[in-house]
Design a protein around this ligand. Structure first.
Ligand code: SF4
Ligand code: F3S
Length: 92
């Protein structure tokens, strides 16, 4: 089981979430962040740190949201780890 960044993060990227992760499994893509599902230890700490509730447990995803698990996996493989918040990244 893993937590996933949902499409609500797209074009926003507050990046508050990245500093809360104890195992550094956030990755920074072009327009959103991704969680490495193989690194996530399912702690849930990041959920409350996202101001727009864009992180959820895989267990709570709707059928429509389920593809986000593989999208997060692909994004985490394609992009570098981000561990420090950067307010300038918010695109809203
Ligand atoms: Fe990191 Fe925990 Fe969030 Fe997984 S649930 S991404 S381990 S803070
Ligand atoms: Fe995205 Fe929320 Fe993190 S908008 S960057 S998942 S704090």
């Amino acid at each position: 089981m893993t937590f996933v960044v949902l499409s609500e993060c797209d074009n926003c990227k507050y990046t508050d979430c990245v500093e809360s992760c104890p195992v550094d499994c956030f990755h920074e893509g072009e327009t959103m962040l991704y969680i490495n599902p193989d690194g996530c230890i399912d702690c849930g700490v990041c959920v409350d740190d996202c101001p727009i509730s864009a992180i959820a447990s895989e267990a709570d995803l709707t059928e429509e949201q389920l593809p986000m698990v593989e999208i997060n996996r692909a994004g985490s493989l394609a992009y570098p780890v981000i561990t420090e918040k950067d307010p300038a990244r918010c695109m809203n």
